[in-house]
Design a protein around this ligand. Structure first.
Ligand code: NAD
Length: 253
């Protein structure tokens, strides 16, 4: 029997997290899962979820800290020896930078948003690469605010633009090793991170009214697409951004 694939999932905060929706689909596809959590408060939410899918690796990880990332990958090496899949579902910006005007973003706020939401993908990919000896698949989560102005999305929009560009550069660097990387540009879903976006309810109701499909997407939709992009069914797809947004991105006004 073939070995089960091994995946590291970074970015579960609770049962509403898009990362959790992806993890559940991977679990159903027979993939073994490792999870990280940010801090003790979230550990209480993440640990029971991880245990429910029999995860052998549940580790703390603040993506700003290379030594914590190193510890996670040391553990993966010790327990599994290799890695097939990395899910990066992490974003953060200071609340004040999501409330006012983009032009008011502080230097520190800009650095924080780009470090946590973008550089973390580069850092995690760098640690994952040597463990992906049989090729691999990496997935990250983006939003249309990285392409067009969504009022209130501010510095997070700039971060998503950098994230999508990073997907392309990483795809080029990792391609020779048969490691693929793609992003899902998700429509709005009510999660912990979404609560930080001003007028998020407005985004939800607009999506329901103005998209071609006239309804909001669900985390499960993201999970389905994620599972496809992380499977061998997409083995010649890399460096791309896929919209799971009820068609919102094709609309003008
Ligand atoms: P979420 O709050 O469930 O997930 C965000 C995760 O980022 C949390 O698990 C949090 O712990 C983690 N995180 C923040 N700072 C961190 C740090 N320093 N170190 C480690 N982890 C850190 O919300 P979500 O909506 O599932 O967000 C996941 C991804 O999906 C994000 O990149 C977000 O921008 C993206 N996204 C969300 C939506 C949406 O509407 N919910 C739409 C498009 C894209």
């Amino acid at each position: 029997m073939e070995d089960k694939k091994k995946a590291l999932v970074v970015g579960v905060a609770n049962e509403r997290s898009l990362a959790w929706a992806i993890a559940q689909k991977l679990h159903r596809a027979g993939v073994e899962l490792a999870f990280t959590y940010l801090g003790e408060a979230l550990e209480r939410r993440v640990r029971p979820l991880a245990e429910s899918v029999k995860s052998p690796i549940i580790e703390p990880c603040n993506v700003c800290d290379d030594s914590q990332i190193q510890t996670v990958f040391d553990k993966i090496k010790a327990v599994w020896g290799n890695l097939d899949i990395l899910v990066h579902s992490v974003a953060y910006a200071n609340r004040e930078d999501l409330e006012g005007h983009f032009i008011q973003t502080s230097r520190e706020g800009f650095k924080t948003a780009l470090d946590i939401s973008v550089y973390s993908l580069v850092a995690l990919s760098k640690f994952a690469e040597p463990l992906m000896q049989n090729g691999g698949a990496i997935l990250t989560l983006s939003y249309y605010g990285g392409e067009k102005v969504i009022p209130g999305y501010n510095v997070m929009g700039v971060a998503k633009a950098a994230l999508e560009s990073s997907v392309r550069y990483l795809a080029y660097d990792l391609g020779a090793k048969k490691i693929r990387i793609n992003a899902i540009s998700s429509g709005p879903v009510k999660t912990l991170a979404a609560a930080g976006i001003k007028n998020f309810r407005g985004l939800l109701s607009q999506a329901a009214e103005k998209t071609p499909l006239k309804e909001n997407i669900t985390a499960e939709d993201v999970g389905e697409m994620g599972s496809f992009l992380l499977s061998d069914a997409s083995k010649h797809i890399t460096g791309s951004i896929f919209y799971v947004d009820s068609g919102a991105h094709i609309m003008g006004l």
